[in-house]
Design a protein around this ligand. Structure first.
Ligand code: SF4
Length: 404
């Protein structure tokens, strides 16, 4: 499964490889990496975003943990959480207590919501991992306040890793790691840009495999795969179908089952932008990889180059305008709001978006999902009706009546 021999392999080969990695709930690639690196530290991070450069430079392997989806039944997690919350924290508990991550050294919980905050407490109480870090992201976007705070949080993570492998992180090492992740972000952005005009060249399902695989393997390997995928997409494959273009928004943390992703496209939509696997695309553009203060550069990028996300409260940069800009830039016909059930950040944002989009004349449809549900007949019919309504009545105003 190693992509590094430089030989151009067929696109469907890489899709298969990425699919295997993306849903490997045993995190086999990380286990092998650890066997190959005597002082290697495997660090699991939860959604949405963590600056993986910091772990990489410290001699670690960052590994995304996105729950068991529809591939693992939640049993133990129900003993820790009430039933009226989203599924991802409960399925993460099942993954960890069933020893899927017994080769992980530490865990990072970015501050996205109270549910994930409590999950970090559950990990601590159960003494899971050699360290557990609840990572507070700045909500103050002044570089001298939030930016400095953010640098301290990253130093805290480096300190934890150093206690395990004794490695001092130099600015040169950080710059090398930043450059690798810059390449990663650039290649993923290139795929999105190609799909904007030619979405049939790679289905959303295939795109999902390709991006998600990068969260569980070394960035060097993922970059080599992305280069080959870009190469294939630039030369063109597939044939256009009569579908509308949409932006998918709201599924930035708990991930829908692949069947739902497939159902949206089968119902007549090309998804030309989305927030699935948002963390891999959180920073727009490059982070400065030439500075003597790389942590400051990472903080600067977070403050000035972050993607739209419900996890970021930037009062001077209203998120409804940012999502509207994505719709316009991608040439999309509408938006599909897909929120994990009981996901407060997503469900609290949805009415803000919808009110603004009614005013702006942007069409939308909204529904909720759970990661472990794979019956999508009703959603498929709703999306199909949404797609038909846009094709048939292109000049009519936004479709608020289609929301549920
Ligand atoms: S799905 Fe939503 S509520 Fe659940 S952990 Fe993620 S952000 Fe929090």
């Amino acid at each position: 499964m190693q992509p590094n021999n430089g030989e151009l392999k067929p696109l469907d080969h890489w899709i298969r490889v990425c699919k295997e990695h993306a849903f490997d709930l045993q995190f086999t690639r990380a286990r092998k990496w650890k066997e190959e690196h005597a002082d290697g530290v495997v660090v699991g991070y939860m959604p949405v975003y963590f600056p993986r450069e910091v772990i990489h430079a410290a001699g670690g392997l960052p590994v995304g943990i996105f729950g068991g989806g529809d591939r693992k039944q939640i049993i133990k997690g129900d003993a820790y959480y009430q039933s009226y919350i989203c599924h991802i924290p409960r399925s993460i508990i099942d993954l960890v207590l069933d020893n899927h991550t017994d080769h992980f050294d530490g865990y990072i919980f970015p501050s996205i919501c109270d549910v994930l905050r409590n999950l970090s407490g559950i990990f601590k109480l159960n003494k899971l991992g050699k360290f557990v870090k609840y990572m507070d992201f700045p909500q103050n976007f002044l570089p001298e306040v939030g930016g400095v705070f953010y640098q301290q949080e990253m130093q805290h993570v480096m300190h934890y890793i150093k206690e395990l492998n004794g490695k001092e992180v130099t600015p040169e090492a950080l710059n090398r790691s930043i450059a690798l992740y810059n390449t990663n972000r650039r290649l993923i952005a290139r795929i999105y840009d190609i799909r904007q005009d030619h979405p049939w060249r790679l289905t959303l399902e295939e795109l999902y495999y390709v991006v998600r695989a990068g969260t569980v393997m070394p960035v060097e390997e993922h970059n080599a795969i992305l280069e080959q995928v870009c190469d294939h997409l630039e030369r063109g494959t597939g044939k256009a179908q009569d579908k509308i273009k949409v932006v998918l928004s709201g599924a930035f943390c708990e991930q829908p089952a692949v069947g739902l992703i497939r159902a949206i496209e089968e119902a007549g939509c090309y998804v030309v932008d989305d927030d699935l696997m948002l963390g891999s695309r959180m920073i727009l553009g490059d982070i400065d990889a030439t500075t003597a203060e790389p942590l400051k550069a990472i903080a600067h990028a977070y403050i000035h180059q972050s993607q739209l996300s419900s996890s970021i409260y930037d009062v001077d940069n209203p998120k409804e305008n940012r999502l509207a800009k994505i719709v316009k830039d991608r040439g999309a016909d509408g938006v599909i709001f897909a929120s994990a059930s009981f996901c407060d950040p997503s469900l609290l944002d949805a009415p803000i978006f919808q009110k603004a989009f009614d005013r702006m004349g942007i069409r939308y449809i909204a529904f909720q999902f759970s990661e472990n549900i794979n019956q999508f007949k009703v959603i498929k019919e709703q999306v199909g009706a949404f797609s038909d309504s846009i094709k048939l009545w292109e000049d009519e105003p936004a479709g608020a009546a289609l929301t549920n």
